[in-house]
Design a protein around this ligand. Structure first.
Ligand code: FAD
Ligand code: DHB
Length: 404
């Protein structure tokens, strides 16, 4: 079969690209290795920055997001000013500082909404449960994708352009010829243990805590569901943490005057996510374009991963619309450089938030006194200086698309 744009991966990047192209009258087929039920249940990110929300509205897929999403106009940084003091909250007021906020809405809800719009409402194609995906002839103007369909038959999809939206572990980045990609990378010596609990949130906003025992994050998904994370060593097996150990550790690290939290059964098995920064440049080779996690990874501390994937596909959809509409290759030629400016801003912000909030001296018996003092100084400065807080707020809420 044949289509204009063959999209590998039905995550936020691949699905939103398909939606934006459909609105512009460009044909696409989405190929996904997992089942529909699997991608709709996979719990990942939860923070939509302002430009993401605006784009989902423009694309006409924000109905449920506008009804069920939880708008937040700030976050708190929680830390102790010195070892003798208890932890206190320092609110970063997004509304006041930058006049915009975020919406807390699970990534898998965005994925559900995009699939329902494409498959159920418009009967446009997403092929789930495909395997053996490989891309061919990407340096020519007639690339193709071969795969095995869910029913076991071998297929070839001929296209004009391939969008590699297949995430960090996908096959598209690896299809670049030897030497065509420059990879910049940093791996952190810790991960996040994440839990989703059937417990009503007791906080109205997210709390990022820098505790002596390590970072903790208080988040939520709905008025009934709390989402929580703990910094753990990178090699941690989630199974080694009992639920009482998890709740005790959260209690300790999130302690603050007047803070209490509801506990409840875990709605999915706790899991550990590794932390890494990675950028693959350029994001295009011939007719293969990478978008989202396929091209770049951020540590989750800045809540940027999904938002960056969405910013990429906005640029790609506009470039492809120009290409198929008027034959202009200008947008395609500028795609990588345009995306990478925003990507590197998010890489810096995510690295900075990670550096400010995590414990780095686990492996050093003497502790990293200098690093710890720098963190506290940066936290105090961010909590008390309007200029510093504005920098955090502007990045967290998301710079307008196209502004950098
Ligand atoms: P993905 O969502 O990864 O989508 C890629 C899709 O491609 C997947 O559906 C995959 O099944 C499919 N695929 C892979 N290989 C193939 C193939 N060969 N053929 C066909 N399909 C293929 N970010 C945050 O901000 N906060 C978080 O708490 C957070 N938690 C995370 C937890 C985990 C375990 C992971 C992996 C990521 C997390 N992220 C988080 C990052 C965020 O979820 C990603 O940045 C976001 O999913 C990127 O979207 P994407 O569409 O580029 O990639
Ligand atoms: C969530 C995840 C993040 O990485 C973050 O920075 C904030 C919230 C979440 O899953 O709710």
């Amino acid at each position: 079969s044949r289509t204009q744009v063959g999209i590998v991966g039905a995550g936020p990047a691949g699905l939103l690209l398909a939606t934006l192209l459909s609105r512009a009258g460009v044909d696409a087929v989405v190929l996904e290795s997992r089942s529909r039920a699997y991608v709709e249940q996979r719990v990942r990110a939860g923070v939509l920055e302002a430009p993401t929300v605006e784009l989902l509205r423009e694309a006409g897929v924000a109905g449920r997001l506008d009804r069920e999403g939880m708008p937040h106009s700030g976050i708190s940084l929680r830390f102790a000013e010195d070892t003798a003091s208890p932890q206190t909250d320092h609110r970063i007021d997004f509304d006041d500082l930058v006049g915009r906020g975020i919406v807390v809405y699970g990534q898998q809800e965005v994925v559900k909404d995009l699939i329902a719009d494409r498959v159920d409402t418009r009967s446009e194609p997403v092929e789930f449960e495909v395997s053996d995906v490989a891309v061919h002839d990407i340096a020519t103007d007639a690339p193709s994708i071969t795969y095995t369909a869910a029913d076991g038959t071998a297929r070839t999809l001929r296209c004009d352009v391939i969008a590699g939206c297949d995430g960090f572990h996908g096959v598209c980045r690896g299809a670049f010829p030897e030497g065509a990609l420059r990879i910049a990378e940093r791996v952190y010596p810790f991960g996040w243990l994440g839990v989703l609990a059937k417990a009503a949130p007791t906080q109205d906003e997210l709390v990022y805590a820098n505790h002596d025992r390590g970072f903790a994050l208080y988040s939520m998904r709905s008025p009934e569901v709390t989402r929580l994370y703990l910094q753990v060593p990178a090699d941690t097996e989630a199974g080694d943490w009992s639920s009482s150990r998890i709740w005790d550790e959260l209690d300790t690290r999130l302690a603050c005057d007047g803070f209490r939290m509801n506990t409840g059964e875990f709605l999915e098995k706790p899991s550990v996510t590794g932390m890494r920064s990675m950028v693959a440049e350029p994001m295009r080779h011939g007719r293969l374009f990478l978008a989202g996690d396929a091209a770049h990874i951020v540590p989750p501390t800045g809540a940027k991963g999904m938002n960056l994937a969405i910013a990429d596909v906005r640029v790609l959809a506009e470039a492809l619309t120009g290409f198929f509409g008027s034959g202009s290759e200008t947008g395609l030629d500028e795609y990588s450089a345009t995306c990478l400016r925003r990507v590197w801003r998010a890489e810096h912000f995510s690295w900075w938030m990670t550096s400010m909030l995590h414990r780095f001296d686990d492996t050093d018996p003497n502790g990293d006194a200098f690093g710890r003092a720098l963190q506290l100084s940066q936290l105090r400065y961010t909590a008390t200086s309007r200029a510093a807080a504005t920098g955090l707020a502007e990045n967290y809420v998301g710079l307008p698309h196209g502004s950098i």
